[in-house]
Design a protein around this ligand. Structure first.
Ligand code: HCR
Length: 398
């Protein structure tokens, strides 16, 4: 029998869902799952996790003459995003849930207001650029600070030893405009995920293997372990910041990404203030959720309007109306594709151009001795921020 966290009436459908994922590899997002595991939030909202600590994102620009400081500021911002990316659904919904599977062209616009004129406002623009397989592209920009993060995400899932293994496809590029007019680029790739707790009906994420941040003359390697590995604690990581050329390791940071970490090699005056010695500390850092387009200005492709009735059904436990509305959206999408085909047209997308870049080599990023080929498509932002971004929006986050 399936686990305790599954409502009795849904246990058999949960068991058959588990059986079907066990014999399946590919696009999990399109599979039908029992209602208790459905999230009312679409995957297009997930890129907002990159900036729920906008001040730490902005702080990357505070080291114009200090490449090591920049590498550490980028590492700190990256580590701080992980708690939101991978554990926040447990806090808000009790377990990891299955997000809504975005439609092609679905949008999510967001802003984090400037907490001071010098920190500036941070803007977020997300678009679903592929439905099958699901690919989400985004750009996050703080113009005042000369920082931009752009990237895309996709996932390949498989099943192993009772867990779902998610290989993250895609990468992000962080651009830092330095005061001397130079532009620096950092390549960021993403960790592998294991979704455990499936049998009990309360899935949660653990990170595995290694991800990297490469640029500005540094290579940062972040190794992830869960319970029973090097520290024995869940959500453990060890980050090594090394010179790209020569490979000399200058800093090591060790800890748990959802709680805190400290330097175990090297130190930097702007980080790890005495006496705490902490590199990052999530216990004192509440997330700042993104503000979304004011409802009166929200377009029909924007995720919260597009999925509004489905999300309402899921939140209120009215799954009949949720699935009716979901069906309506899916039919509409299929018809759209049929009409396009008949008219000999292809969907152009709103904000991104797809660039096929086989064997793209990121050697130039860090003057690396070893090259990193990325046989991936790129999604290039058309620089067409919609008019709604011209002004600051009233705060919607709490
Ligand atoms: C794997 C996942 C969809 C993808 C989500 C990603 C990888 C998306 C990019 C973000 O930056 C980080 C991120 C966080 C999520 O943890 C991850 C999702 C977790 C579950 C979901 C599956 C498609 C749904 C599996 C269904 C289970 C819960 C029964």
């Amino acid at each position: 029998t399936a686990g305790d966290a599954v409502p009795v009436a849904q246990r058999s459908s949960w068991t058959s869902f588990l059986k079907s994922i066990a014999s399946f590899s590919g696009d999990l997002s399109s599979m039908t799952a029992p209602p208790f595991i459905l999230s009312p939030v679409s995957l297009t909202e997930f890129p907002a996790y990159w900036c729920e600590h906008p001040a730490l994102f902005a702080s990357i620009a505070d080291f114009p003459d200090d490449p090591a400081g920049r590498a550490l500021a980028i590492l700190r911002w990256f580590i701080v995003t992980l708690k939101g990316q991978y554990t926040s659904r447990i806090e808000s919904m009790g377990s990891e849930k299955k997000p809504l599977n975005p439609v092609l062209g679905e949008l999510f616009y967001g802003q984090w207001p400037a907490s001071s004129p010098s920190q500036g406002r941070t803007d977020l623009l997300v678009e679903q650029v592929s439905h099958h397989p699901p690919i989400t592209a985004y750009v996050i920009e703080n113009k005042t600070k000369g920082l931009r993060l752009r990237g895309h995400n996709a996932q390949k899932t498989s099943f192993s030893g009772g867990s779902i293994i998610v290989k993250q496809i895609g990468h992000a590029i962080l651009t830092v405009n330095l005061p001397n007019g130079k532009k620096e680029e950092y390549l960021i790739n993403f960790p592998r995920l294991r979704i455990d707790g499936l049998w009990y009906g309360s899935p949660y994420i653990e990170l595995a293997e290694t991800s990297h941040i490469i640029g500005g003359g540094y290579v940062t390697s972040i190794e992830y372990k869960g319970k029973g590995y090097f520290s024995g604690k869940s959500h453990s990581f060890k980050a090594s910041v090394a010179r790209a050329v020569g490979g000399t390791e200058e800093y090591v940071v060790d800890g748990t990404w959802h709680l805190n970490s400290k330097f175990t090699k090297g130190s930097h005056p702007a980080f790890a203030p005495k006496p705490s010695g902490l590199f990052h500390d999530m216990t004192a850092l509440p997330p700042q959720h993104v503000d979304t387009t004011p409802p009166a200005k929200m377009g029909e492709w924007e995720t919260r309007r597009l999925w509004g009735l489905v999300a309402k059904g899921i939140r209120e436990g009215d799954f009949d109306s949720a699935s009716r509305e979901k069906g309506r959206i899916e039919v509409e999408q299929r018809e759209r594709r049929v009409h396009e085909k008949e008219a000999g047209k292809v969907w152009e997308g709103w904000h991104f151009d797809r660039e096929v870049t086989p064997d793209l080599v990121y050697e130039h990023l860090a003057g690396l001795t070893k090259s990193i080929p990325l046989t991936e498509d790129m999604y290039v932002f058309k620089e067409n921020w919609p008019m709604v971004f011209v002004e600051d929006w009233p705060s919607t986050s709490s």
